[in-house]
Design a protein around this ligand. Structure first.
Ligand SMILES: *[C@@H]1O[C@H](CO)[C@@H](O)[C@H](O)[C@H]1NC(C)=O
Length: 193
């Protein structure tokens, strides 16, 4: 094994051990997707209009990262969590840009009273209970990978006869910081109405 791979594994292990994840319960496991319920929780959130997922999230990720790095009214550092979710509303902008709304889960220790963000583009989202269908895939996800996997999940849900799925919007979901180079986990989610 070369040094880069060893470093990558170390990073993966440290993150896997250290990071708190948003709680959920599994309702049903199918071959290619999982149905889950996330209880109502607070997330830290910001939106942008863009053509490209990659371009949008390279801006929104760092707005949220700055918040947990101390850009909040208490100047408080807050632990990174998983996953990072991005709600994609296709074609919402005046020039048919997509609306990308990215969020970090606020750690349980700060759920009751999270510090207010100082950046006016960042806000605390009171996310209601979320019922989703999730498809997992791996690697560095490109704009095309998100779309391909959302389309596959759509087809699988239709083929399985799942009812009450909202196909108008979807979430892209990441579990690794941009610094993790191997064994990256990604998901796409459709919401149940
Ligand atoms: C994008 O969508 C979010 C979530 O629905 C909404 O709060 C925000 O106002 C939208 N942003 C723009 C610029 O349309």
């Amino acid at each position: 094994m070369n040094a880069l791979r060893v470093l990558g594994l170390l990073l993966v292990c440290q993150l896997a051990l250290a990071i708190e994840s948003a709680p959920y319960t599994v309702v049903n496991s199918a071959d290619t997707y999982e149905e889950r319920v996330y209880p109502a929780q607070k997330w830290i959130t910001t939106s942008i209009l863009s053509i490209s997922h990659d371009e949008a999230t390279s801006i929104t990720f760092y707005r949220l990262f700055d918040y947990i790095d101390g850009q909040n009214e208490d100047g408080m550092k807050i632990d990174m969590t998983a996953p990072v979710t991005t709600l994609v509303i296709p074609g919402e902008g005046p020039n048919c840009e997509n609306n990308f709304t990215e969020s970090f889960y606020i750690p349980s220790a700060h759920q009751a009273n999270p510090p207010k963000p100082t950046n006016p583009d960042v806000y605390i989202e009171e996310r209601p209970e979320l019922h989703v269908f999730s498809r997992r895939f791996h690697g560095f996800a490109s704009d095309q990978d998100w779309i391909t996997n959302a389309a596959q999940l759509h087809d699988d849900l239709v083929a399985a006869g799942e009812e009450g799925v909202d196909f108008q919007t979807y979430y892209t979901v990441g579990y690794d910081s941009p610094f993790v180079i191997i064994d990256r986990d990604n998901e796409v989610w459709f919401m149940k109405k």
